[in-house]
Design a protein around this ligand. Structure first.
Ligand code: NAP
Length: 432
């Protein structure tokens, strides 16, 4: 084994960066043996150098000046763990231009700029790996890129946001209210002080853009992914779904459809018998259906210092072995420009509809006429509860396969009916 080290530069030493520094230190010998040369942390960029760190670094390597990491010629691999777009993207692009290999856990940067970064890296002959950007330590990027390379991917259904899955699990199991559960999740550290990206489905949309790009070899950006959050779900939806034999999950779905790709994140009724319906708490799970393998399930932790460090360090080892062997493998990702992304309006699926209506004869006929005029046929209708004082009733409908465009028009027309006090919720039903 050569004694000359492979230099690592860390950008960011928070939850994940701290875990990476710990693993590089604790597993030093094992990693050196795998790579054939020692790995050495040579520079660590942070925002506030005076902040106490859980992991003790050798003297003199922590800095707040990006040039002290980015411009060091003895750093072979830059590991970006700052998060967000700015300044992470700029640092990644600069490092690529200087011929440094990149490891990142940044879903936002990869969802918005991944194809551009990969093209630039290809030109420079450097590797960019990002296993931790989706589902943290649960492998999904490498399987899509390598292990499933002989397959055509048919579809992906995933639970890829632990915060929302925790909230939905509590709402389902305890009949808990959304706002109360969100506060609990924040107190337990499962949700951030500003939870918008999680609860509005933005975080999952970024991750799905990354997965869809790899699965379908298409340029799918975060903005191409339709997203709808979980804030409109109520305990009543969980009650009705459960009685009908369904769980409610925030699903990230990408599928090939007529030569195009459809990618969407939204709450969905999932039959209780399906694997994803049973994935509870902060865990992540991604079901991939491919033509040769059939269905596969990747299931595990989707966050946390050590699970995420596991994926980041595996990427470092992968690149370091190539640096040690002086060979950069050709990129195994060629993206097609001809695959378009279908808008959500072209979706066909089944729907659950919860309405508060007047409690008098003829209501179902009026509702049925609105739906029938739009070619939406009702599979079942249940009047759930009546409020004698308000003279109102709750009506739960399940439709057959219908068009999303028609459903959006139906919601507007239902809201305009005198007999409908409120369209409580409309949730897509997913069975695959
Ligand atoms: N946390 C997880 O479980 C998890 C899971 C999967 C993927 N990820 C991804 O991993 C990345 C890092 O997440 P994290 O949870 O470790 O974040 P974090 O705890 O907030 O750490 C961010 C680090 O970046 C540094 N930093 C922030 N802005 C900076 C700037 N302008 N210049 C220099 N340094 C800056 C911070 O410095 P200070 O320490 O001085 O503040 C901190 O060390 C993100 O892309 C995230 O999406 C995280």
């Amino acid at each position: 084994m050569s004694n000359s080290t492979i230099g690592i530069g860390l950008l960011g030493m928070g939850v994940v960066g701290g875990g990476v520094a710990t693993v590089l230190d604790r597993n030093r010998e094992q990693l050196s043996a795998l790579v054939g040369r020692p790995l050495e942390l040579k520079g660590v960029l942070v925002r506030d150098a005076s902040r106490p760190r859980a992991h003790q670094l050798p003297a003199g390597i922590i800095t707040t000046d990006p040039r002290e990491v980015l411009d060091r010629p003895d750093i072979d691999i830059v590991v970006e763990l700052i998060g967000g777009q700015d300044p992470a993207l700029e640092y990644i692009m600069k490092s690529v231009s200087l011929g440094r290999h990149i490891v990142t856990a940044n879903k936002e940067v990869m969802a918005r700029h991944g194809p551009d970064i990969l093209t630039e890296a290809k030109g420079k002959g450097v590797q960019v790996l990002f296993e931790a950007a989706v589902a943290a330590g649960t492998p999904i990027i490498a399987p899509l890129l390598r292990d499933l390379a002989a397959n055509e991917i048919i579809d992906i259904h995933g639970i890829i946001n632990g915060t929302t899955n925790y909230i939905l699990t509590r709402m389902a199991n305890e009949g808990a209210d959304f706002n109360d559960t969100l506060v609990d999740a924040q107190n337990l550290g499962f949700a951030e002080a500003d939870p918008t990206n999680d609860i509005e489905g933005i975080d999952a949309a970024y991750k799905l853009a990354v997965l869809a790009t790899l699965a379908f070899r298409a340029r799918v950006k975060g903005t191409d992914v339709y997203h709808e959050g979980i804030t409109k779900l109520t305990s009543r939806d969980f009650l009705h779904a459960s009685e009908l034999g369904y769980a409610i999950k925030l699903l990230a779905i990408a599928e090939r459809a007529d030569g195009a790709v459809q990618a969407r994140v939204h709450p969905a009724l999932v039959p209780q018998s399906m694997m994803l319906a049973k994935v509870d708490g902060v865990l992540n799970a991604i079901e991939v259906q491919a033509d040769l393998t059939g269905k596969l399930l990747f299931h595990g932790a989707g966050a946390g210092s050590m699970p995420t460090a596991s994926a980041v360090v595996a990427d470092i080892v992968d690149i370091a072995r190539n640096v040690a062997g002086n060979s950069v493998p050709p990129s195994n990702l060629t993206l097609s420009d001809s695959v378009s992304v279908k808008p959500i309006s072209e979706l066909e699926t089944r729907y659950y509809i919860r309405l508060t209506t007047a409690d008098r004869p003829g209501v179902l006929a009026q509702v049925g006429r609105v739906l029938g005029d739009l070619n939406i046929s009702i599979a079942s209708a249940i009047q759930k509860e009546t409020d004698e004082v308000a003279q109102s009733a709750e009506l739960v409908l399940m439709t057959h396969l219908s068009s999303e465009a028609a459903m959006q028009t139906a919601i507007e027309r239902l809201e305009a009916l005198d007999v409908v006090a409120d369209v409580g919720n409309v949730i897509r039903v997913e069975e695959w």
